[in-house]
Design a protein around this ligand. Structure first.
Ligand SMILES: [Zn+2]
Length: 443
C-alpha cells in the first residue's frame, strides 16, 4: 500500500465501485485500529480516524460509515512533537564524547566538530538536516522545534514537517552582538515569506550569549511575534559560572577566546534570565535541569506562554541529578519533550524519550507523558490548538504504532521499548512506513 491518496473508497456514491475518482470525495479514507488516542479526549477502543485531503474528517467509534483500512493490533496517535533538536548533527552515528562526561568537555567536542565541518562544507549540513527530517518522520515526529546555525535550506527539503526553526545566536563578547542581530533579523524576514516553518530565535545559553544580545533578541521576537528558545539551568557548572565566575566554564571560555567577565555580572541566577525571557511572546526553556522552586513556580504561573523542554535521554547521557518533573507538573509548568540532537542522543526517537520518562518517573500517568510529547509540545512551540491532537477539522498529522497482541491497555505501547512506528501521515499524506497489516483494503 502506498500513498493513501490512492486508497479511494469512502463509501460515498462517488467513490463506490469506481476506478479513478475525481473531486474531493476521492481523498476520503479511514483508518481503523484497536485503539485511537485523540489525547485531549479518552482513548477509543476499535476506533476510526477518517481523513479528507489534508484534514481529519472524523474521529470516533467505527459505525461503518467509511470504508476503512483495518490496522488491527495497532494504536493511532497524533503525530509526535519533538520540541527540541539540532538536525545539523543528524549524520552522527553515535553521540559525541562518552556517557557521563563533564558537560564542558562535551561542549568543547561540539565546537571542534563544528569547526571541522561546517564552514567548509555547507552541503554536509543540508544533507544532515534532510537525513534528520527523514528519520523524524520515520519515527513518527510530524512537528519539530529545530535549532539552526545556518540559513534554513527550506527550498531543498521536500518533506516539510510543521514546526519552528529557531536561529541560534551565539556571542558572549560584545563585538559579536551586531552580526548576530543581523542574522536574527534576516531569519525572521525569511520566516515571514510563506515558508511552511515559522521562524524563531534561540539565544544559545547564558554562558554563550551577551546579556545585550539576549535582550535585543527578545525585542526582535516581540516585534516579529516569534517564539524564543534558550538552553538554561542545564548544569550545576552553569549556575556556578553565573553565581561566582567559578568552575570549569571559565577555562573553557578562555580557551575558546570568548571569555568576557564584564558581560556576566557576578551573582546572577536562572531567574534573572527567566524574567528577560518572560518578555518574549513565547519562550521555551531548554532542559531546566537545575531550576530552583521559585523558578519553577515562575514558569508555572506563565504556562500559557512559557514552557520547559525535557530531553530525557540526553539528561541520562550526562548523568544529571534526577529531573524535577514531578515538581514542575505540580506547579503547572507546561513540560514538552525533546530528543535534543544526535550529538547527545542515539537517535531522534520521541517514542524512546517517552519510554524513558515512563521508566524514570513511574508516578507520572501515561496519558500525561503522551500530552508532553504532543499537545504540550505544540503549545510550547505556539503551533495552534489542532497540532498534537486528533481533532476534527485539524490537520491529518497522525501515526500508527504497533501494539503487542492481545493488549487491553491503550498505553501498552508506551511501556514497551521495542514499539515501532508503522506509518506516519503528515497533512493527510503517508510520508513514512506503510499499512502493511492491511487485510481487506483496497477491496
Ligand atoms: Zn540543545
Amino acid at each position: 500500500m502506498g500513498n493513501p491518496r490512492e486508497a479511494r473508497g469512502d463509501g460515498s456514491p462517488a467513490a463506490k465501485g469506481s476506478g479513478m475518482v475525481s473531486g474531493p470525495a476521492s481523498d476520503v479514507y479511514a483508518l481503523r485500529a484497536r485503539w485511537v488516542l485523540p489525547v485531549l479526549s479518552p482513548p477509543i477502543r476499535d476506533g476510526i480516524v477518517a481523513i479528507a485531503g489534508s484534514q481529519i474528517l472524523d474521529v470516533g467509534a467505527d459505525r461503518g460509515e467509511y470504508r476503512s483500512i483495518d490496522l488491527g493490533e495497532a494504536a493511532i496517535l497524533p503525530g509526535l512533537v519533538n520540541s527540541h533538536t539540532h538536525l545539523e548533527f543528524s549524520d552522527l552515528e553515535v553521540p559525541l564524547g562518552r556517557p557521563g562526561m563533564p558537560f564542558t568537555e562535551w561542549i568543547a567536542a561540539v565546537v571542534q566538530h563544528r569547526r571541522q565541518h561546517d564552514p567548509e562544507d555547507p552541503q554536509r549540513m543540508v544533507a544532515a538536516i534532510r537525513r534528520g527530517i527523514a528519520e523524524s518522520l520515520r519515527l513518527g515526529v510530524t512537528t519539530l522545534g529545530e535549532i539552526a546555525t545556518g540559513p534554513w535550506p527550506g527550498d531543498r527539503i521536500s518533506e516539510q514537517p510543521n514546526g519552528v526553526v529557531f536561529r541560534e545566536l551565539l556571542g558572549l563578547p560584545s563585538e559579536r552582538i551586531e552580526s548576530q542581530i543581523d542574522l536574527a533579523q534576516a531569519h525572521l524576514k525569511l520566516g515571514r515569506s510563506g515558508e511552511a516553518w515559522r521562524a524563531g530565535l534561540s539565544p544559545h545559553a547564558p554562558y554563550s550569549v551577551h546579556p545585550e544580545l539576549l535582550s535585543r533578541s527578545v525585542d526582535l521576537a516581540r516585534r516579529g511575534d516569534a517564539p524564543l528558545a534558550m538552553h538554561l539551568a542545564e548544569t550545576r557548572e552553569e549556575l556556578q559560572l553565573l553565581a561566582s565566575h567559578d568552575g570549569p566554564f571559565v577555562p573553557l571560555l578562555r580557551q575558546l577566546g570568548v571569555w568576557e567577565p564584564d558581560a556576566l555580572p557576578i551573582g546572577r541566577r536562572p531567574m534573572d534570565y527567566l524574567k528577560i525571557l518572560a518578555r518574549a511572546p513565547r519562550a521555551l526553556v531548554i532542559h531546566g535541569n537545575y531550576l530552583a522552586d521559585d523558578e519553577i513556580r515562575f514558569l508555572g504561573d506563565r504556562a500559557d506562554r512559557m514552557s520547559v523542554v525535557y530531553c530525557p535521554r540526553t539528561h541520562r547521557y550526562f548523568g544529571h541529578e534526577p529531573y524535577p518533573l514531578t515538581r514542575m507538573m505540580a506547579a503547572g509548568v507546561c513540560v514538552a519533550l525533546g530528543t535534543d540532537s544526535r550529538s547527545s542522543s542515539p537517535d531522534l526517537s520521541l517514542l524512546a524519550e517517552m519510554h524513558q520518562v515512563a521508566e524514570e518517573h513511574s508516578e507520572i500517568a501515561p496519558d500525561r507523558i503522551l500530552r508532553m510529547a504532543t499537545v504540550q509540545g505544540a503549545r510550547a512551540l505556539g503551533c495552534g490548538p489542532t497540532i498534537g491532537t486528533l481533532d476534527v477539522c485539524g490537520p491529518a498529522d497522525l501515526i500508527v504504532v504497533e501494539l503487542p497482541t492481545g493488549q487491553r491497555d491503550p498505553y501498552s505501547w508506551l511501556f514497551d521499548a521495542s514499539t515501532r512506528v508503522l506509518a506516519t501521515i503528515c497533512r493527510g499524506r503517508l510520508v513514512a512506513g506503510s499499512f502493511n497489516r492491511n487485510a481487506d483494503f483496497p477491496p
